[in-house]
Design a protein around this ligand. Structure first.
Ligand code: 6R9
Length: 650
């Protein structure tokens, strides 16, 4: 691989930067030499109703126990709202940009306080208590943020489920955390199309009830006003309830280690894991990374294009920015509606200074042609960010040159649902950039590369990425299954957190994330287990077996390639292919739509019955010249059939 072009920190950043290179090095050094002192200092950035006296109490060995600031008490909503009221009550907290460019709203910190307090009282009046789980299934509207903050205010644990997920997926998440309260909307609106949220929710609640979990109350925001099903006594309209409720609701004092939220994410097995984040450490870490990674200054207009259904929406639309008293933009729509210039028009319209998006969106917009970008000004931009998957150098250079006019630094931020906040990233005023590299670790983060046997690799090397010590934003457990937490993250390389990602470190000590090394796909920045798609496929009555792998896709990063063995006597037809695609969308959601389905009478298996995915990946990549050793297969002839019927011919 040729060495990427270096983009040094630009001279004007010397004045703006919160952190320059010397500061980065000095702080980083202290953060790993004396984490107690470092985090004792930075833990003070949030308000504590009872100050902590203990900073770090963490162990990656044995049963794995992670506690930060463990005797402190605080409230996340009070930190994100109340403490700003005196100084910036009338400052805009949320700029909402609707799907239709004519729709927008600005909400001040004071208005947000009023709304969140009222909603908190609605939750309490309907029996939600501290520790109860509340599911949020919402479009990208301010009420989604209010719902999260209202839970935080009263100590309820929210579980936000992405609005694009199916009734089945929603039900599974409700049942897993035994949630008894749901906040949703009549419909969502994206790219001019409606999404039947309430209808999906009704279906999900039926499924959940059959599985023994009954949701008692459903609060419904009226977004489109179209008619929806209604269950008297269970469903209530958000606006009616909030209007009647008192605007006075004291924030519950929460222990630093009380749960804040659960967020389900895919792993290499079929069932999504409930990643649990707690209160104090999470907020300190989300707020601190938001400030330094984006070089956030008071008054900056900040926009992250993620959905609140993903961790990026939690940490970098809601909690991090609001804890810092920022103005955070929330966008309901999609990048190509009404046309491909929507992002750039929004940047000009609201004078956005910091813009944070995903490589898949950039690749799609890059394909649309530069004129959509160059017809806008974008002069307000100061920092550009990327997250969700590796950004290929071509997309990086396009982002830099065309979107940022070779003037704006790009922070390529590597992190995960599990990490709570950004772990490897440039800092705009400190780090010389290389296109495609997430560069260096954030304060307190100690990456390590290991080989397959766990041997530590030093210097320039390629290996599996581990983190050797805890940071405050780290997940604490898998909800309801601590054993699975230990097993998933700390057993492959005992004593270390294993990320599931492959990574290269170059001679300058820069990190280059190469992608997942487990059976997790990253499709348009959405994480998905191959096992989830497989189990959706085999739940179809014409399918007897399925194996799913990823393959390189120009826009999505990875596409979904499915090998499907049909039941005896079932004809493989194009109509059936379409039916299976629709079936997977129904089971999981549109994000899991298979790109290719190959009907295969047999799958390559070892004599012990293990599917050899390595071979399936090669065929999906149309790289079958290099299939490697197939001699251990039970029936090597299967491979010839797979190769001649491949769906991805170059
Ligand atoms: C925040 C988020 C996590 C996985 C992660 C990795 C990939 C995220 C990346 C990146 C390369 C980046 N990933 N950011 N890969 N460069 N800047 O995306 O969380 O949905 O849990 O996904 O995404 O593979 O392990 P999550």
């Amino acid at each position: 691989m040729t060495e990427a072009q270096l983009h040094p920190v630009q001279p004007e950043w010397k004045e703006r930067a919160l952190i320059d290179d010397a500061t980065y090095r000095a702080w980083y050094e202290t953060s790993v030499r004396d984490p107690e002192a470092f985090w004792n200092k930075h833990g003070q950035r949030i308000d504590w109703s009872k100050p902590f006296t203990k900073v770090k109490n963490t162990s990656f060995d044995g049963d794995v126990s992670i506690r930060w600031f463990e005797d402190g008490e605080t409230n996340v909503a009070a930190n994100c709202i109340d403490r700003h009221l005196a100084e910036r009550g009338d400052q805009v907290a949320i700029i909402w940009e609707g799907d239709d460019p004519k729709d927008d709203r600005k909400i001040t910190y004071r208005e947000m306080h009023d709304q969140v307090c009222r909603l908190s009282n609605v939750l309490k009046e309907n029996g939600v208590e501290k520790g109860d789980r509340v599911t949020i299934y919402m479009p990208m509207i301010p009420e989604a943020a209010y719902a999260m903050l209202a839970c935080a205010r009263i100590g309820a644990v929210h579980s936000v489920v992405f609005g694009g997920f199916s009734p089945d997926a929603l039900a599974g998440r409700i049942v897993d955390c035994q949630s008894t309260f749901l906040i949703t909307a009549d419909e969502g609106l994206r790219g001019g199309k409606t999404i039947p949220l309430k209808d999906n929710a009704d279906k999900a609640l039926d499924i959940a009830t059959r599985q023994g979990v009954t949701v008692r109350s459903v609060v419904v925001v009226k977004r489109t006003g179209n008619s929806v099903g209604w269950v008297e006594g269970r469903d209530l309209w958000y606006h009616d309830a909030v209007e009647k409720a008192s605007p006075d609701c004291p924030a519950e004092a929460m222990n630093a280690e009380d749960p804040l939220f659960i967020l389900y994410t895919s792993g290499s097995t079929g069932k999504p894991k409930g990643v649990l984040h707690t209160t104090g450490g999470y907020l300190v870490y989300a707020a601190m990374t938001h400030e330094y990674v984006f070089d956030y200054h008071d008054g900056d207009i900040y926009w992250c294009t993620a959905d609140v259904g993903w961790v990026t929406g939690h940490s970098y639309i809601v909690y991090g920015p609001l804890a810092n008293g920022a103005t955070t933009l929330m966008f309901e729509g999609v990048p190509n509606y009404p046309d491909q210039s929507r992002f750039w028009k929004i940047i000009d319209k609201h004078q956005v200074n910091i813009f944070y998006t995903a490589p898949t969106a950039l690749r799609a917009l890059m394909g649309a042609g530069d004129r959509y970008v160059t017809s806008s000004s974008r002069k307000s931009l100061k920092v550009l960010g990327s997250v969700g998957e590796p950004i290929n150098p071509e997309a990086w250079e396009w982002y830099y040159k065309v979107v940022g006019d070779s003037r704006v630094p790009i922070v390529d931020t590597w992190w995960q649902t599990e990490t709570g906040g950004i772990l490897i990233t440039p800092l705009p005023g400190a780090t010389d950039l290389k296109a495609g590299s997430a560069t260096r670790p954030f304060f307190g983060v100690q990456p390590q590369l290991v080989d397959a046997e766990g041997g530590v690799l030093e210097g320039a090397a390629d290996g599996n990425l581990c983190i050797v010590d805890s940071w405050p934003g780290q997940m604490r457990t898998v909800y309801g299954d601590h054993e699975r937490f230990v097993q998933t993250y700390f057993s492959t390389y005992p004593g270390k957190y294993f990320t599931g990602d492959g990574c290269r470190r170059d001679a300058d000590g820069y990190y280059w994330i190469t992608g997942r090394v487990d059976d997790v796909l990253n499709v348009s920045g959405h994480r998905m287990g191959t096992a989830e798609v497989e189990s959706a496929l085999v739940s179809h009555d014409k399918v007897s077996e399925a194996a799913v792998v990823g393959y390189p896709h120009d826009v999505k990063g990875q596409g979904i390639y499915c090998y499907v063995t049909l039941m005896n006597g079932v004809e493989p037809t194009d109509a059936l292919r379409k039916e299976l695609v629709a079936h997977v969308r129904r089971e999981i959601g549109a994000i899991a739509s298979p790109d290719k389905i190959q009907f295969s009478p047999g799958l390559p298996k070892t004599r012990s019955g293990k599917i050899m995915r390595r071979i399936l990946r090669k065929i999906a990549e149309d790289d079958y010249g290099a299939l490697g050793d197939t001699s251990t297969l039970a029936d090597p002839a299967v491979v010839d059939d797979l190769v001649s019927n491949r769906q991805n011919k170059k």
